[in-house]
Design a protein around this ligand. Structure first.
Ligand code: CP
Ligand code: NVA
Length: 319
């Protein structure tokens, strides 16, 4: 007889956008838009009318700091009728060397679904392997798929359909850039990269994208990437998993890629996106991020609506 923990079905994890079909990704975005529209005007603490996750528990594990991911998953669960439990790495037995796999098995007995933010992507994969319940990638050094759902949703709100559009990225070819490249490949928009060679996206990501509907364009200059773009996107110069001692080298490499008013003006009435936290004067000037074409706080709010779509998708519940 199988042990009580074994699941007849493999849980539906949300680990990377490259695991999705274009239809899956489109469905997630449509659900996120619909759930946002359905609760328009309600105060934040009010539940969604249908409460599809009533009785469900989300466990959140943070190996790395977070403001938006933590707030948005917590609020999303509450509005969907569910509840959350929070584990910070340092406060758990993970911090004393308990294995990821054992932690995943234990959490499967307490939670219906788990969100994990960690450094090495391998930790996430090991966690998912050990888990009997769906696991959501809340950011690793490799990718940040939940963020990109919110970014795409925000883009569609301000600029309309994605197919055929050009979105330009400036600076580090990091986790956020990788997830955005995967989305471009699946949904058929152009992702123009102004990234120094030493910080380019991994070859395997570019190779995976090569035969997909979208187009990844490597540009020689930030100006070339910005030309005609519908959105300019950037991120911090030093990510949470980067060695802080490389900060000076990174600053030197990325300084020419700062998003300025001059770059914005080369776009096609372009909006500005940034996952936040932002460092004004580094990757973006204050007049851009605080200017009229910046939609970064819509983007932050949309994390909550997008997380709902992910939670419902992973749990296979109507909603
Ligand atoms: N954008 C994002 O993931 O923000 P946090 O690190 O604050 O969660
Ligand atoms: N690239 C950043 C994103 C933060 C939300 C990091 O990994 O720190």
């Amino acid at each position: 007889m199988a042990p009580a923990t074994s699941s007849a079905m493999t849980p539906r994890h949300f680990l990377d956008l490259s695991d999705l079909t274009p239809a899956d990704l489109r469905g997630l975005l449509d659900r996120a838009h619909a759930r946002k529209a359905a609760r328009a005007g309600k105060p934040k603490g009010a539940a969604d009318a249908d409460q599809p996750l009533n009785g469900h528990m989300l466990g959140m594990v943070f190996d790395k700091p977070s403001t938006r991911t933590r707030l948005s998953f917590d609020l999303a669960m509450r509005q969907l009728g569910g509840q959350t439990m929070l584990l910070n790495h340092a406060d758990t037995q993970l911090g004393r060397g308990e294995s990821i796999e054992d932690t995943a098995r234990v959490m499967s007995r307490f939670c219906d679904i788990v969100m994990l933010r960690t450094g090495p992507h391998e930790n996430l994969l090991a966690y998912a392997d050990g888990s009997d319940v769906p696991v959501i990638n809340g950011l690793t050094a490799f990718s940040h798929p939940c963020q990109i759902l919110a970014d795409l949703m925000t883009f569609e709100e301000h600029k309309g359909a994605l197919a055929g559009q050009r979105i330009a990225w400036f600076g580090d070819g990091n986790n956020v850039a990788i997830s955005l490249a995967q989305a471009a490949a699946l949904l058929g928009f152009e992702f123009a990269l102004a990234v120094p060679d030493a910080f380019m996206l991994p070859d395997e990501v570019l190779a995976w994208a090569a035969d997909k509907p979208g187009k990844i364009t490597r540009c020689d200059t930030p100006q070339a990437a910005a030309d005609g773009a519908a959105a300019l996107v950037t991120d911090c110069w030093v990510s949470m998993s980067d060695d802080p001692e490389t900060a000076q080298k990174r600053a030197t490499a990325f300084a020419p890629y700062q998003v300025t008013q001059e770059l914005m003006a080369r776009g096609d009435d372009a909006i500005f996106l940034h996952c936040l936290p932002a460092y004004r004067g580094n990757e973006v000037t204050a007049d851009v991020i605080d200017g009229p074409k910046s939609v970064v706080f819509d983007e932050a709010e949309n994390r909550c609506h997008a997380q709902k779509a992910v939670l419902i998708y992973c749990l296979g519940i109507d909603g």
